[in-house]
Design a protein around this ligand. Structure first.
Ligand code: CA
Ligand code: CA
Ligand code: CA
Ligand code: CA
Length: 385
């Protein structure tokens, strides 16, 4: 009898997981049912390196599975395959990843519900408007907002970098922004690139120094008393830090306008190995985020002249791209996960109207909503380059 292959080469691009910090070393995974009628079960594959999954579990004919016995602090990469009654396996689903046993936060999620909040910084007054969390006055008009989860409670904290003093000011969510501390780090011409480079679930204080083409990172695990630096980039490069390899640690990444190349030094290689990808134009606005929901940052740009978004998904190895027309030339792109499905939405802030327009990932960007929030002089808190 000839072996019959499953017609669907891959499962729908939806393998979800939950990693509550309280349940370290345990992850719950779920996936879409393969629509083929002869599917008899699923195999879950996993490993600790992107694209390398030496372990597998036959989970039977169910579409959720709780995996236990994982090692805290390690990144895990998962994919599922369906099999038929002849035990012929389908191609793997997209690979998703999560570092287990550490807190994780969602971009611009101030109240910790794992949905991004519509939020702005008002330079004229130093006020932060944080959606459901209300407002807090913090910083000066000349400060650069540097929001991130510095205290590791899963909620984004209010923070700024003050170039004139080369000083960071951080008001943690765990104090309801009522008490703040400061760290002297960087120089006036440095570009802040806060992120979790040491992988402890708390944001590190970090800068890119264009004059030296070097990244300087003061680790949260040392309470910013020590850290490391990595030479990566040249003076004209634009930092585009993100978690492109999906190991839960920030990668060092730059965009080079002269060649439209993205260069990424991966955290999983301890920044010793890198890859590059040509994508976008020098006049584009860089909007890297996780649009396909695999836990890895995607390469993406907003092109004002066409009011068009171009996205190269990590789940396809940055080998293909798609585009979405959304916004107008003068809009400020503000992508984040407003609908809370684990995938970044396409979103803009329209200063002229003080209004946000959001095309939700859960609708495949075909529909969405708009909400008035902010004034024309406000700055969306979402990071972009
Ligand atoms: Ca926090
Ligand atoms: Ca950290
Ligand atoms: Ca990473
Ligand atoms: Ca991704």
């Amino acid at each position: 009898m000839p072996k019959r292959h499953l017609r669907y080469a891959s499962l729908c691009a939806a393998l979800f997981l939950w990693a509550p910090a309280a349940h370290a070393a345990t992850l719950r995974l779920a996936w879409d049912r393969n629509p083929e009628p002869e599917v008899a079960g699923y195999v879950l594959e996993y490993g600790n390196q992107p694209g390398v999954r030496p372990f597998s579990v036959d989970v039977g004919n169910q579409t959720t599975f709780q995996i236990t016995g994982l090692t805290d602090g390690m990144p895990y990469y998962f994919a599922v395959r369906a099999y038929n009654t002849f035990r012929v396996l389908s191609s793997p689903s997209i690979e998703i990843s999560r570092r287990v046993g550490i807190p994780y936060s969602v971009a611009v999620d101030f109240n910790g519900d794992k949905r991004s909040d519509v939020a702005v910084f008002r330079p004229s007054t130093g006020d932060w408007f944080l959606g459901p969390q209300g407002s807090v006055r913090f910083g000066l008009s000349t400060d650069i907002p540097t929001p991130a989860d510095y205290d590791g409670d899963g909620k984004i904290d209010v923070a700024v970098f003050r170039p004139s003093e080369a000083r960071w000011f951080i008001a943690p969510s765990s104090t309801n922004y009522a008490s703040a501390y400061s760290v002297f780090y960087g120089t006036a011409t440095d570009v802040p690139v806060q992120g979790d480079y040491d992988g402890d679930g708390r944001a590190d204080v970090a800068v890119y120094r264009p004059s030296q083409g070097r990244w300087f990172i003061a680790t949260s695990s040392s309470y910013y008393t020590t850290g490391f630096s990595v030479g990566f980039g040249v003076a004209t490069d634009v930092p585009v830090a993100g978690d492109y390899d999906g190991d839960g640690r920030s990668d060092i990444a730059i965009f080079r306008p002269s060649s439209s190349l993205w260069f990424v030094a991966t955290s999983i290689s301890n920044y010793t190995s890198s890859f590059s990808k040509a994508f976008g134009l020098s006049t584009d606005i860089r909007v890297p985020a996780d649009y396909d929901g695999d836990g890895k940052t995607d390469i993406a740009v907003f092109r004002p002249s066409e009011a068009r978004w171009f996205i190269s998904g990590s789940s396809a190895g940055f080998s293909t791209a798609f585009s979405v027309f959304f916004g107008v030339a003068t809009d400020v792109p503000a992508p984040a996960d407003y609908d809370g499905d684990g995938r970044s939405d396409i979103a803009i802030f329209r200063p002229s109207e003080g209004r946000w327009f959001i095309a939700t990932s859960s609708s495949w960007y075909t529909t969405g909503f708009s909400v008035p929030y902010g004034l024309s002089t406000d700055i969306p808190i979402v990071q972009r380059r």
